[in-house]
Every structure is written in structure tokens, then in C-alpha cells.
Write a protein that binds this ligand. Structure first.
Ligand code: FAD
Length: 431
């Protein structure tokens, strides 16, 4: 009998953990053929993208090659952009791949599946605000984060040059959720580090960062006490935090805030997410207004139980009527449950229900501090943490992702190499 074919689309926080686990459990013993599809050659954990954007993390060093990882974890990797789903034929379509000079390398392809897992994440939601798509940068992919880093370096070069005697560099960040807040703090950190590398004129008082939020406070998804602590830190750094302020348009010179203007050379949009637009009602599946696929308690799509959906592109209802939040910890928990459920299907065992456990939230304000809350029985509900403990908890989130991918031993080796790199390499990406 041919082994069942399990296809996972999207090798991000959830999809890559799932492929690794299934490869180790089922691929190694040839009980199933596991294929991971991603449109990129390499994986970088998305919560690190604001560090890629500021250059404090070098994507060339920290990225993981899907092909190399697949080879050592008993699954197959297919490079491709998923565009269509045919539920009757049980196939997905991957777009043709071209070279940088326009030559077609691979024609459009179809992949057959017996079980399909959609884990393609989310993109920024600009709510059709005029000019945003053209003029703002999004932090949805390593490519976009890298583009921001290049433009930032160019802007710093200009600021540091006698031919362009500009007073300050204006950067506007729209959306004061975790991404916007973390990026604002990281920008100050990067500027301070650049002082060491010949950008002597780049003082933090010449960095003019505005954080614009339509809601009444920053970090709306987190407890108020935590948001206030983060706000204090941001204000200490000099961030101009503007809450209750809606962006009505963007152009090449900055943002329109109703009647008011906010001039900015660089604009980042980090206000809300949605699943990609082509997912809306894809192949007759049920989606919500954010294009996320509605799932049942087993994380199967509500209209097709051969299709599981995990991570940011899943609309998974919670008992209180809200949705499971789009976070790395949700993607991680969903990947674990779907791995168990797929193994249960192969063993003719009953499937388990997904129970989201909120372990709390952590916000890194770069080297200026970390704030967060831990949830759980161990701490008797919710407990706010700050400083070194919060920093350790924040770092441990990434370490847990690395453990899921590589195991404890390799994670420890990678951490050690990262420490050595901090000594032998520049402290941030300078090109
Ligand atoms: C700057 C930033 C900071 C964040 N900080 C935190 C944090 O501190 N804590 C936290 O819990 N969460 C954080 N998040 C959110 C977290 O990153 C996401 O919730 C998480 O990555 C979702 O995992 P996922 O597997 O659903 O999708 P992703 O990790 O986004 O992975 C999706 C994958 O699908 C691939 N893909 C997309 N479309 C296609 C297609 N059509 N065809 C083929 N492949 C495709 C992509 O290349 C990607 O590899 C942050 C996000 C950002 C942007």
C-alpha cells in the first residue's frame, strides 16, 4: 500500500515545526510521505523580523535552509508559491518559478494530497487606506524586512553626510501592537550601535520616531499595566507616541492624519493582519472577514476534514466567542495538536480537540527592557514580569522554537555559536 501523502503549505512558525515532527515520526519509518511547500528557500522565525529590519539580526546567519532541514528530518521540500486548491481532485497548484532574468525555471505544478495542512500565515492589513500599499513598508517577510534595513542604512548615510545637512530622520510606524512597539525600541538600539561604526553624527536626538495608533492605548491586546510600562520606556527613549490617531492616507512625503500631516522619510505599516486575499472563500471553504479559514475543534477546516489549518491563517473560535490570537505560541500549539491528530488518523484513533493555552505575552524593548505577563497555574493566574526575567522568558520563546526544530543539543550549540558571533562579528548588519 502506498503511504498517505501529507502536504504542508507554509514553513513558518507553525508549518516548519509540524513538518519536522511528522518527518521524524512518520517520514523516517515511511508511514507517510511528508512534503513541505514554501515560497522561500529559507526560514526565519517571524517574530525576529523587526530585528532583521533594523540590522540587529543578520538574516544571512540566522536563516535555516528548508532543503537542508528536510534532508535531516525525513520530509521533502518543494519550493513554490501556493495559488489554488482543488478539493475534488485533492490537489494544490504552485505557480511557475522564474529566474531573476525572466527565464522560466519550473512550470506551474500540481501536488496531490491525502491530507493538506495550510499554514501560510498572514499579511499586514492596511484596510485599503489610500497610498499605504505604495508608500509604506510592511514587515511580512524577510525580503520586506531586508528592504527596510537597506533604506534605513541609506537614510543614515544621508543624515551623516555633510552634503545633506538634515536635522533629523523622521520615521513613522503605524500600529502600536507588539510589532510597532518592538520596532520603535529596536531602531534606537540600532542607531546607538551604529555610532560605533563610523556614524558619529547619528545621535538618538536626531532620530525622530512617531508611533501612531488609532486605538486609545498602545499594545491593545495586552493588559493595561504592561502597556503603561512599555509606554514609559518608549517615552524615555524619545518616541512620539500618538494614540487615538487614525491614518487616513500615505504619500511619498509622509502620512495624513485627518487634517494634520506627519512628515516621514520612512513609514512602516504594522496595524493589524489578515490572511492573504486569495484565501477568501478558497475552493468553497468557510472564511471570516480577515480571510482566515474557519476551523472546527480538531483544527480541520469547517467544510473539509482532509484540510487542517494552523497559525495566523486559521480562524479558531475560543469558548468566550473571541478567536485564538495570531501569535507564534498559537501556531506552535496548533502544530503540536495537528501532528497528534494526523498520527491518530493513521492509527484509526479518535482525534483530539484543540485547547488554546495563553502562556502570556512578552514585549521586547530591545536592550532597554522587556515587559510581559506570564499566565498559568504555576504563577496563579496572570503575573506581570519585567527586566531580566522577562528578557529570559522572551528569549526562551525563540529557543523553544529551535528545540522543536533541532532538539535540545543542537539548540544549545546554535546558541553558543550565536554568542561567539557576537564577539567575532560586527554587532549589527552594516551593508
Ligand atoms: C515583527 C513581528 C514580531 C512579532 N512578535 C511576536 C512575538 O513576540 N510573540 C508572538 O507570539 N508572535 C509574534 N509575532 C507574530 C508571529 O510571528 C506569528 O503569529 C507567527 O509567525 C504565525 O505563524 P504561522 O506559521 O501562522 O505563519 P508564519 O510564521 O508567517 O509562516 C508562514 C509561512 O508561509 C509561507 N507562505 C506564505 N504564503 C505562501 C504561499 N502562497 N505559498 C507558499 N508559502 C507561503 C511564508 O513564506 C512563511 O514561511 C510577530 C510578528 C511580527 C511580524
Amino acid at each position: 500500500m502506498t503511504p498517505p501523502r501529507i502536504v504542508i503549505v507554509g514553513g513558518g512558525a507553525g508549518g516548519l515545526e509540524l513538518a519536522t515532527r511528522l518527518g521524524n515520526k512518520l517520514g523516517r519509518s515511511k508511514r507517510a510521505d511528508i512534503t513541505l511547500v514554501d515560497r522561500n528557500h529559507t526560514h526565519i522565525w517571524k517574530p525576529l523580523l523587526h530585528e532583521v529590519a533594523t540590522g540587529t539580526l543578520d538574516v544571512e546567519i540566522d536563516q535555516l535552509s528548508y532543503r537542508a532541514h528536510a534532508a535531516s528530518h525525513h520530509f521533502e521540500f518543494q519550493l513554490g508559491n501556493f495559488t489554488r486548491l482543488n478539493r475534488e481532485q485533492r490537489t494544490i497548484t504552485l505557480a511557475a518559478i522564474g529566474s531573476s532574468d525572466g527565464e522560466q525555471l519550473l512550470a506551474e505544478r500540481e501536488l496531490r494530497y491525502d491530507h493538506l495542512i495550510l499554514a501560510i500565515g498572514s499579511i499586514s492589513n492596511h484596510f485599503n487606506t489610500a497610498g499605504v500599499a505604495e508608500h509604506c513598508i510592511f514587515l511580512d517577510s524577510p525580503g520586506q524586512a531586508h528592504r527596510f534595513q537597506r533604506r534605513l542604512l541609506e537614510a543614515y548615510l544621508k543624515l551623516n553626510s555633510p552634503q545633506h545637512p538634515k536635522d533629523s530622520l523622521n520615521i513613522a510606524i503605524v500600529g502600536a501592537g507588539a510589532t510597532g512597539v518592538e520596532l520603535a525600541a529596536e531602531l534606537y538600539h540600532a542607531a546607538a550601535e551604529l555610532n560605533l561604526y563610523g556614524f558619529a553624527d547619528l545621535r538618538s536626538d536626531r532620530l525622530n520616531i512617531s508611533l501612531v495608533e488609532a486605538g486609545p492605548r498602545i499594545l491593545p491586546a495586552l493588559p493595561e499595566r504592561m502597556a503603561n510600562a512599555a509606554l514609559k520606556e518608549l517615552q524615555k527613549l524619545g518616541v512620539n507616541v500618538r494614540v487615538g490617531t487614525k491614518v487616513t492616507a500615505a504619500d511619498s512625503q509622509g502620512l495624513k492624519l485627518g487634517e494634520e500631516r506627519l512628515d516621514a522619510e520612512l513609514m512602516v505599516w504594522a496595524a493589524g493582519i489578515k490572511a492573504p486575499d486569495f484565501m477568501r472563500d478558497i475552493a468553497g471553504l468557510e472564511t471570516n472577514r480577515l480571510n482566515q479559514l474557519v476551523v472546527n475543534s480538531k483544527l480541520q477546516s469547517s467544510r473539509d476534514d482532509r484540510i487542517f489549518v494552523i497559525g495566523d491563517c486559521a480562524a479558531c473560535p475560543l469558548p468566550d466567542g473571541k478567536w485564538v490570537p495570531p501569535r507564534a505560541q498559537s501556531a506552535h500549539q496548533m502544530a503540536s495538536l495537528v501532528a497528534q491528530n494526523l498520527i491518530a488518523i493513521l492509527n484509526n484513533k479518535p482525534l483530539r480537540d484543540f485547547q488554546y493555552k495563553d502562556h502570556g505575552s512578552l514585549i521586547s524593548l530591545s536592550r532597554f527592557g522587556t515587559v510581559g505577563s506570564l499566565m498559568g497555574n504555576l504563577v496563579g493566574g496572570a503575573m506581570m514580569i519585567e527586566g531580566r526575567i522577562a528578557r529570559l522568558a522572551y528569549i526562551s520563546l525563540y529557543r523553544m522554537h529551535q528545540v522543536a526544530l533541532h532538539g535540545w543539543l543542537k539548540m544549545l550549540v546554535i546558541s553558543l555559536v550565536a554568542r561567539i558571533n557576537r564577539i567575532v562579528r560586527p554587532r549589527l548588519k552594516l551593508h
